[in-house]
Write a protein that binds this ligand. Structure first.
Ligand code: ZN
Ligand code: ZN
Length: 248
């Protein structure tokens, strides 16, 4: 295809890996105004195997937490990266491939990817719900642990955080990936996460209390009639249901 490029231009070309292809940028007509052209070529990569599952994960999350409107992008961006904050969440495929390369294990790579998503969700949700400290990394980690436990991903997240905590070389490599982070991902942060997950009661009860007004009514009804988790204050939940005009 040919056409004019104005200012920024970004595109993805997908090859089947079998043949060569060329991208031609022709700026011969730019006689007076010289333009700088930067091109980046990514290594050929495989699929992101668990991407299908995310649709259900997000639906499940929204059935528990009243989500404010923000975009979630899963895409290639050219470098391994993840963002969370005022503009929503971006998880890039290169990040998954980087995890796969470092961890040499697809299952662990998938768990690490999930862990990063919940961390980014922390930045994003806390920002949109007007919480102070939304850009604090430790707070995003703690919130990420809370959400992971809330949706029943305990074992996977324990495995991931333990793995990071015990492998400082991986931690050092991964710390370079999170461009949104003010501080590097230290082994201490991985250990914090592992600690919260191993002894969840304190953070679960605190965050559940904080987030009560941002939960879905159907979820609150469910946890008061079914298997109520130990960290749920049933009296407080019933009070919240009454406040919403729900009597059961
Ligand atoms: Zn990327
Ligand atoms: Zn962060």
């Amino acid at each position: 295809p040919c056409g004019k490029i104005h200012k920024g231009f970004q595109t993805d070309f997908f090859s089947n890996g079998q043949s060569s292809f060329f991208v031609v940028v022709d700026n011969r007509s730019a006689i007076l105004m010289a333009s700088r052209v930067a091109a980046q070529v990514c290594e050929p990569c495989g699929e992101v195997p668990f991407l299908e599952g995310w649709r259900n994960k997000l639906i499940n999350l929204a059935s528990i937490i009243q989500m404010p409107g923000f975009p979630v992008h899963f895409k290639r961006c050219g470098i391994a990266n993840a963002f969370g904050g005022p503009l929503g969440i971006t998880m890039c495929y290169e990040l998954y491939w980087e995890f796969e390369r470092l961890l040499k294990d697809r299952r662990l790579a998938g768990l690490a990817w999930n862990w990063v998503f919940y961390h980014e969700l922390g930045h994003t949700l806390l920002y949109h719900l007007n919480y102070p400290g939304w850009d604090n990394e430790d707070l995003a980690d703690e919130f990420g642990a809370f959400v992971a436990l809330l949706v029943g991903e305990r074992d996977g997240i324990i495995a991931t955080s333990k793995h990071f905590a015990e492998n400082t070389s991986i931690v050092a490599a991964v710390s370079k990936i999170f461009s949104d982070d003010r501080h590097s991902l230290s082994a201490q942060r991985a250990r914090n996460l592992y600690h919260w997950l191993a002894q969840p009661h304190d953070i679960m009860s605190r965050w559940h209390h904080q987030f009560l007004r941002n939960t879905q009514t159907a979820y609150l009804r469910r946890i008061t009639v079914g298997n109520t988790p130990g960290w749920v204050d049933a009296e407080e939940v019933n009070g919240e249901l009454r406040r919403r005009g729900v009597f059961q």
